[in-house]
Design a protein around this ligand. Structure first.
Ligand SMILES: *Cc1c(COP(=O)(O)O)cnc(C)c1O
Length: 402
């Protein structure tokens, strides 16, 4: 990697210019610059304020239900002859890790004097997490969603409406997530003073990937003391998480990035197979490119058109990964694995039968690695169980003909 000093390569946190190695940055239209710059200049300062920290921690405890348990999965561990611990983000209010980030960002928006919140959503999970915190704080909430997705995700659209949000259909292009993102950006350009844009993963222009990562880093902060309590040491041998944009993964890895004895495994969705043309395995299929305002690994055609990704799980159906993960991949700090729809679905059902936990299909991808790869009997493997499977019931029913 020309131009990269060793120091740069070995630092897995963002640098002051917004880069993780060669990835990241802020590639945005001129007219968005003031909004992003205001956030960049303030986010670390605001997060360091004792009042902010106090309110964030309090809400994570009393509203989200943190700390989420770290559960030793005994029967699953026996099956694979290793020690598997599940970080139970599925038990959070609204059913996944996404609420950690939306709580953080709504408090940030309030500190910056914003009164109106916008967000984009694909499957609706981030839209619901955003509508939830807007109701909590009494702020206006507008969620952009592709017209096709609105039709496909009726229950989440209903949830957002019940929570008081306005769901605006994106009618251009393929009428899915990327078009909803374009509409949200257009809205932000037109409403720079009173509006905050809540991005839902560790993606977007700097400072979003770093801000989202810091809000999600509560996950590994808790894993450290929970492991210490349970096994007498803070560090596991492995941390494992699925990656869509990469926010649950970033939070799970964060406090272990610079602990060389902790190995990192990142799990992507291979869809129908990495070479099938129906996949979302960015680390294998992606090349350097710009998406949603940052330079990262991206699935694209030879002339730079973004390739339509595919995965059975809506949360992993994304053509890129966040810039931190692109850097972890390129430097080899993280081992990337891809898991097909079939492997994930079977691993999900397995967890139901072995542990009495119905996982989100996204999380099932992370669980499927135990069929692919062996661990030593003494290895401690912490897996992020990013969400619960209630939202995926229809998918499980159709797949297994239940
Ligand atoms: C949205 C979602 C994901 C993927 O998002 P990341 O930003 O990559 O974490 C994973 N799991 C669940 C349950 C989700 O809802």
């Amino acid at each position: 990697m020309e131009g990269m000093t060793k120091e740069n390569m070995m630092n897995y946190n963002v640098n002051e210019k917004g880069y993780y190695g060669e990835f990241g940055g802020a590639f945005i239209p001129e007219m968005l610059y003031p909004n992003v710059e205001e956030l960049r200049q303030n986010y670390l300062k605001v997060m360091a304020e004792p009042d902010f920290k106090k309110e964030f921690d309090q809400l994570l405890k009393d509203y989200v239900g943190r700390p989420s348990p770290l559960y030793f999965a005994k029967r699953l561990s026996e099956k694979y002859n290793t020690k598997i611990y599940l970080k139970r983000e599925d038990l959070n209010h609204t059913g996944a890790h996404k609420i950690n980030n939306t709580i953080g960002q709504i408090l940030m928006a309030k500190r910056l004097g914003k009164t109106r919140i916008i967000a984009e959503t694909g499957a609706g999970q981030h839209g619901v997490a955003t509508a939830t915190v807007c109701a909590l704080m009494g702020l206006e909430c507008i969620v952009y969603m592709g017209e096709i997705d609105i039709a496909r995700q009726a229950p989440n659209v209903a949830r957002m409406k019940m929570l008081g949000a306005t769901v605006v259909p994106a009618l251009s292009g393929s009428r899915t997530l990327k078009d909803a993102t374009n509409e949200a950006i257009r809205d932000w350009i037109n409403n720079p003073v009173n509006t905050h844009y809540i991005i839902g993963s560790a993606i977007g222009p700097h400072p979003y990937p770093d801000m989202v990562t810091r809000f999600q880093s509560v996950i590994s902060e808790e894993i450290k003391w929970q492991l210490k309590e349970q096994i007498g040491r803070e560090n596991p041998d492995y941390v494992v998480a699925c990656i869509g944009g990469g926010s649950n993964a970033a939070g799970t890895y964060y406090h272990y990035l610079h602990e060389p004895d902790v190995k990192i495994i990142a799990v992507e969705a291979a869809g129908l197979g990495v070479d099938s043309g129906e996949s979302a395995a960015t680390s294998v299929l992606g090349h350097e490119g710009v998406i949603h305002g940052c330079k990262t690994l991206l699935m694209q055609t030879k002339d730079g058109q973004i390739t339509e990704p595919y995965s059975i799980s809506a949360g992993l159906d994304y053509p890129g990964v966040g810039p931190m993960h692109a850097h972890l991949c390129k430097t080899g700090r993280a081992e990337f694995m891809s898991i097909t729809d079939d492997q994930a679905m079977n691993a999900g059902l397995d967890l139901c039968k072995l542990e009495g936990i119905i996982p989100a299909i996204e999380s099932s991808h992370a669980l499927a690695i135990f069929e692919e790869r062996t661990f030593k009997p003494d290895d401690v493997v912490v897996v992020s169980l990013s969400g619960r499977g209630d939202k995926d019931l229809q998918n499980y029913i159709e797949y297994f003909k239940i």
